[in-house]
Design a protein around this ligand. Structure first.
Ligand SMILES: *[C@@H]1O[C@H](CO)[C@@H](O)[C@H](O)[C@H]1NC(C)=O
Ligand SMILES: *[C@@H]1O[C@H](CO)[C@@H](O)[C@H](O)[C@H]1NC(C)=O
Ligand SMILES: *[C@@H]1O[C@H](CO)[C@@H](O)[C@H](O)[C@H]1NC(C)=O
Ligand SMILES: *[C@@H]1O[C@H](CO)[C@@H](O)[C@H](O)[C@H]1NC(C)=O
Ligand SMILES: *[C@@H]1O[C@H](CO)[C@@H](O)[C@H](O)[C@H]1NC(C)=O
Length: 432
């Protein structure tokens, strides 16, 4: 019986195939092509090299000087003169005083550093006043094609004319070229709306880990019985305020070195409820040739979305960190992002004295830098006692009244001025 049914089905099927209208053949063909395409695309997107997502960074790469280099010891890579870089892709008319303050803060803390602002729009005069003091700051043009050439982000260039139509194209250009530049040159990347609060001391990963452990133990000891579940933004509640007071007491008298930074550091801008860091890329410290950056460039080309602002930037770094947790350190929020972008009004406008005072103490004690979140804060008026206004005043190398483009003073005079400010206690927290 069942054999008879099977035969009947076979016959009918055979007939159908023979009669077979050409449409079903096309359907089949189409299906096959689609399947192959889906398999190809998903392979491209999910391809993970043997050893892990970030494991295939080349052991040699061409440096800016044109020679092959491989990983250098941290003392060589970051010793002596620290290399800073920034990117400016929008119109020069948006370059404002606060961007100059950011540049000043780099040299306030690192008079011997170099800072290169990669921009095809900004004139050299944007940093002319600072350069004329003798600080090593320059604006250099970039070529997107050349920068991404040979990196896993290069396939993205294939549809460049389409991506250029996207609403966030220039933001996404800064997202990807900071990865390529840091991979090639190493150093510290800072957005143009970042103010440095203390000198960046960069040390080998093992040194950093030991220092962190020591700090954690010390803090736990001081915290004593005040334990319990960690709140999501621990350092901001009352207990964290007590911690700050404790740290101040502990460090009173003895100047205290800030915790060193690992040569592969990002900062968390917030944490999810399950305590997973949400990473931001406004400040990035990396030795050249970082496998994390290589993986991030692959992720950029493989998953690019032209209509999503954060997908290719902070969200990308957050995704790649989950896949390469051993090739990057994520610092607590207070180190680079002491206040969140949702709080910019609180820390710039009048009427919140206590909150501003408390935040300033956190910044003095525990931050390396503060991101101004310019996109959210640029239009806000600054109250004189606000955290924002203080960040604008505290780390200057230009004399008052000197705006971008006008020169005055000397390198030595600016350095003396910086030291005077520290001596005056304006930046006292920054040197604890
Ligand atoms: C750099 O190294 C690669 C192999 O990793 C080699 O093919 C290339 O010729 C080298 N270039 C220079 C300038 O030494
Ligand atoms: C900067 O460099 C000069 C000379 O190279 C040196 O004397 C000075 O100590 C350096 N300053 C810092 C802060 O490293
Ligand atoms: C960038 O570099 C590519 C490749 O070297 C070159 O074809 C292109 O003309 C350059 N673009 C600009 C704007 O210079
Ligand atoms: C820290 O110092 C302040 C006064 O300077 C004092 O009131 C407070 O009790 C001290 N805290 C600890 C934990 O020692
Ligand atoms: C990257 O992480 C892997 C482990 O996932 C580790 O074996 C490797 O040494 C790391 N490399 C660097 C340069 O951090």
């Amino acid at each position: 019986m069942s054999r008879w049914l099977a035969l009947k089905w076979k016959a009918r099927h055979h007939a159908a195939t023979l009669v077979g209208d050409t449409r079903s053949y096309f359907g089949l063909l189409y299906g096959c092509v689609l399947a192959v395409w889906v398999a190809y695309v998903s392979h491209r997107l999910t391809h993970v090299p043997p050893g892990g997502f970030c494991a295939d960074a080349p052991p040699n790469w061409l440096s800016t000087m044109g020679e092959n280099v491989s990983a250098l010891p941290v003392e060589v890579e970051f010793g002596g003169r620290l290399r800073f870089m920034s990117i400016w892709t929008t119109d020069a008319t948006h370059w404002a005083d606060r961007n100059v303050r950011g540049v000043e803060s780099v040299f306030f803390h690192h008079p011997n550093a170099s800072l290169t602002i990669y921009s095809n729009k900004l004139p050299a005069s944007a940093v002319g006043a600072i350069a004329s003091l003798g600080f090593d700051v320059r604006v250099l043009p970039y070529n997107l094609t050349q920068l991404l050439h040979g990196t896993p982000a290069a396939p993205w260039l294939g549809k460049l004319s389409r991506w250029e139509q996207g609403p966030y194209f220039y933001t996404h250009v800064t997202d990807v070229i900071r990865l390529a530049l840091l991979f090639r040159d190493g150093g510290v990347y800072v957005d143009t709306d970042v103010v440095l609060v203390r000198p960046f001391r960069i040390a080998a990963a093992a040194v950093v880990a030991a220092a962190e452990l020591e700090e954690r133990q010390e803090r736990q000891k001081r915290r004593g019985a005040r334990d319990g579940a960690q709140p999501v933004r621990a350092w901001r509640d009352a207990r964290a305020a007590a911690d700050v007071a404790d740290e101040r007491n502990a460090s009173a008298g003895a100047a205290r070195e800030p915790l060193p930074l690992a040569p592969h550091s990002l900062g968390a801008e917030a944490h999810t409820v399950s305590d997973t860091p949400i990473v931001n890329g406004a400040i990035m410290v990396f030795a050249r040739g970082s496998p994390f950056l290589w993986g991030a460039m692959r992720e950029f080309a493989g998953t690019y979305r032209d209509f999503e602002w954060g997908w290719n930037g902070p969200e990308l770094l957050t995704r790649v960190r989950r896949r390469c947790p051993h090739n990057v350190s994520v610092l607590g929020e207070e180190r680079f992002y002491p206040f969140h972008w949702e709080e910019v009004a609180l820390y710039s406008t009048a009427g919140h004295e206590a909150a501003n005072e408390a935040m300033w103490r956190v910044i003095e004690q525990r931050s390396y830098a503060a991101h101004l979140w310019n996109k959210k804060s640029a239009e806000l008026p600054l109250h004189a006692d606000s955290v924002y206004a203080r960040l604008m005043r505290a780390f200057r190398v230009l004399p008052d009244g000197v705006a971008a483009g006008k020169a005055g003073g000397t390198h030595a005079a600016a350095e003396a001025r910086a030291h005077q400010l520290v001596a005056d206690g304006i930046a006292a927290g920054a040197v604890l």
